[in-house]
Design a protein around this ligand. Structure first.
Ligand code: NAD
Length: 358
């Protein structure tokens, strides 16, 4: 992948007085303004931060396209330690950089950024989403992400020829915001859930709900129907892919596959894979509702439920083209963008076409 060949705009944001060093990448705005979160992280180098923002912004283009949203893909990375380096000055400075893009980029929260930080950014720009419900926003996206994954799992169960959630064994890796909410939905639907986290205070409350607690190091090896990666990226890598004992991989984490070859291996092993950016799009669909006018949680929930149909379409396309689902999802997302680009080019060309009367 030639990362720079694809991006529309990359902005380095530097304001030493505010302690701000950040990069905003606008990958593609064919479908609409580029939506993507702000990530704050202690990057090992500037190059690592640049690579991350280029990859993540590209991923958002695919996620938003696949979710059927009128939005393109973008992302921001802030270089620094989210536990020690944050300040209001820094986030206000970032807000001004975002504002200067004039709406080409719409920000949201991502790793290391809280709703409180988002509110500080929003003092300088209208192009900040994911704000508290009381402030007219859509609030924490995690519950909608979890609901979307639960709905998407229905499609995966059909694809694996399993019948409903009753008695289905699910291993959830990561009991954070999404993993915990997903565990609740699964237990309520009659599934048997084992959940593991590196912090025991995250799993404790889930035991009370009826979940079993597993070990973080080995949860991916659990003998189960669904393995749900809800922690960090690259859960499916050369060390783990051969150890899986599940029929389905479906979860919240972004970039679950270390690379595309891992998805090919899942296919060869007969494991149904729900492409991560298709099944975990509940959060962006929710934000799409916020951007669409007065936010309505019920309407947002119904929109998130479309994820089940989106996955059906991916599995259908995979069968039709004889490719694994992660490649089928890329094809669908790319075709939507290509169609919109062609329509735009046509519209522009028609402006310059001489009329028949000359
Ligand atoms: P979170 O930080 O609340 O939860 C992640 C949990 O994973 C934490 O409890 C952490 O202790 C645990 N964890 C980390 N490494 C682990 C390991 N090796 N084994 C087991 N547990 C481990 O994050 P979240 O908001 O729940 O998001 C989970 C994942 O889903 C992330 O990858 C995120 O990028 C992705 N995602 C989240 C949303 C959302 O709406 N929050 C939307 C799309 C994608």
């Amino acid at each position: 992948m030639h990362l720079f060949g694809e991006h529309e705009q990359v902005v380095v944001c530097h304001e030493p007085e505010a302690g701000l060093r950040a990069i905003i990448a606008v990958h593609d705005t064919t479908l609409g303004p580029a939506l993507g979160g702000i990530r704050m992280w202690t990057y090992a180098s500037d190059e690592a931060a640049l690579t991350d923002v280029l990859r993540l912004s590209r991923g958002m283009t695919y996620k938003n396209s696949m979710a059927g949203l009128p939005l393109g893909g973008g992302k921001t990375v802030v270089l620094g330690d989210p536990r020690t380096d944050k300040s209001d000055l820094m986030f206000r400075a970032l807000g001004r950089f975002i504002d200067a893009l004039g709406g080409r980029y719409i920000a949201a929260e991502d790793v290391g950024i809280s709703i409180a930080d988002a509110e500080v950014v929003a003092r300088e720009t209208h192009h900040m989403s994911g704000l508290p419900v009381a402030a007219g926003g859509s609030g924490d996206p995690s519950p909608m992400t979890a609901w979307g994954i639960f709905c998407g799992m229905r499609s995966c169960l059909r694809e694996a020829e399993l019948d409903g959630f009753q008695g289905i064994r699910v291993a959830v890796q990561g009991a954070g915001h999404v993993g915990a909410a997903l565990t609740g939905h699964l237990l309520a639907a009659g599934a048997r859930v084992t959940v593991a986290d590196i912090y025991s205070d995250r799993t404790g409350p889930l035991r009370a709900l009826g979940a079993e607690i597993g070990e973080a190091e080995t949860i991916h090896t659990a003998d189960c129907d669904i393995f749900a990666p809800c922690a960090l990226g690259a859960a499916i890598n050369p060390n783990t892919v051969g150890e899986l004992r599940c029929r389905i991989v479906a979860g919240a984490a972004n970039n679950q596959l270390l690379d595309d070859a891992m998805g090919d291996q899942l296919e060869r092993r007969g494991i149904v894979y729900a492409p991560d950016y298709v099944i975990n799009a509940g959060g962006v669909i929710n934000i799409g509702e916020e951007l669409d006018g007065a936010y309505d949680a019920d309407r947002a929930r119904r929109s998130v439920e479309r994820i089940e149909g989106n996955l059906d379409a991916v599995f259908e396309r995979a069968r039709a083209d004889g490719v694994p689902p992660h490649r089928a999802a890329n094809l669908i997302a790319e075709e939507r963008i290509a169609t919109a680009r062609a329509a735009r080019a046509d519209a522009v060309a028609s402006l310059y076409r001489p009329s028949p009367s000359g």
